[in-house]
Write a protein that binds this ligand. Structure first.
Ligand SMILES: [Ca+2]
Ligand SMILES: [Ca+2]
Length: 245
């Protein structure tokens, strides 16, 4: 095994910043009764005082596993929660990481998922969450608004109190498109009791910069065997806002 290819140029070894171990655990991920070792490594730390990283690597070793997968972020993120849970109901556990991106208002939390494939492979699992809800808002009368999801045609009648109405810049809200912030919360639950987990995100929705948040939109994603697909929305009104229909 020594010097298998003499006379060739010695390959340049690129020294990478060694990742810092953030988390290590032994758990049976693939459901065969034998434990794997799971390591979570962080790269490109912001400074030495806080664990804000720009890249995360998950490594699985033992029980026939020797796999790595990574997730790269465009800004520094802090891991705030890690769960090992079978989200797709296939007997193999996913690794779910909640990452704090900072930000103003209610904050910005990103969910990063890694999944085990049948052939002892590990890969990052993407969430199809690029479509922020494109609601439309129409003044009905006074401080009542009709909120519509153009994709499904579903609508809600929102009523704002006077204080809230002033803060949102009424009457200019009518006909405008509400803005949705990135998710500030991610969770998973078997909401419809079908034995499979759904992912649930919450995003703050507002009309004018520095104005009050009108409501949180809660989006439920279902695993369809290939991807996480948004299934529908729930409106969670802020203080000073009611759903009246
Ligand atoms: Ca195992
Ligand atoms: Ca699974």
């Amino acid at each position: 095994m020594n010097n298998p290819t003499p006379n060739t140029t010695t390959p340049t070894v690129v020294t990478q910043t060694e990742g810092e171990t953030i988390y290590m655990a032994k758990q049976d991920l693939d459901g065969d009764g034998k434990a794997e070792t799971i390591s979570l490594l962080g790269f490109d730390k912001q400074d030495s005082n806080q664990l804000a990283v720009k890249k995360i690597k998950v490594r699985i070793e033992g029980d026939g596993w020797n796999q790595e997968a990574e997730s790269v972020y465009d800004s520094h993120v802090k891991p705030i929660d890690l769960a090992i849970v079978d989200l797709t109901a296939d007997g193999r556990k996913e690794i779910a990481l909640k990452m704090d991106r900072g930000g103003t208002g209610k904050g910005n939390v990103e969910l990063t998922l890694f999944t085990l494939l049948q052939d002892k492979k590990l890969e990052e699992m993407k969430i199809d969450n690029n479509r922020a809800p494109e609601f439309k808002l129409r003044l009905v009368n006074g401080n009542k608004y009709e909120l519509t999801d153009p994709l499904t045609g579903r609508y809600w009648i929102l009523q704002t109190d006077e204080e809230h109405t002033a803060a949102t810049g009424n009457p200019n809200m009518s006909g405008q498109k509400p803005q949705a912030d990135p998710a500030h919360e991610w969770n998973w639950t078997d909401a419809d009791n079908d034995g499979k987990m759904e992912l649930v995100s919450k995003q703050a929705v507002w009309m004018a910069a520095h104005a009050n948040i009108l409501f949180d939109v809660q989006t439920t994603y279902k695993w369809d065997g290939t991807t996480w697909k948004p299934q529908g929305y729930t409106i969670l009104p802020s203080q000073g806002v009611k759903i009246v229909n």
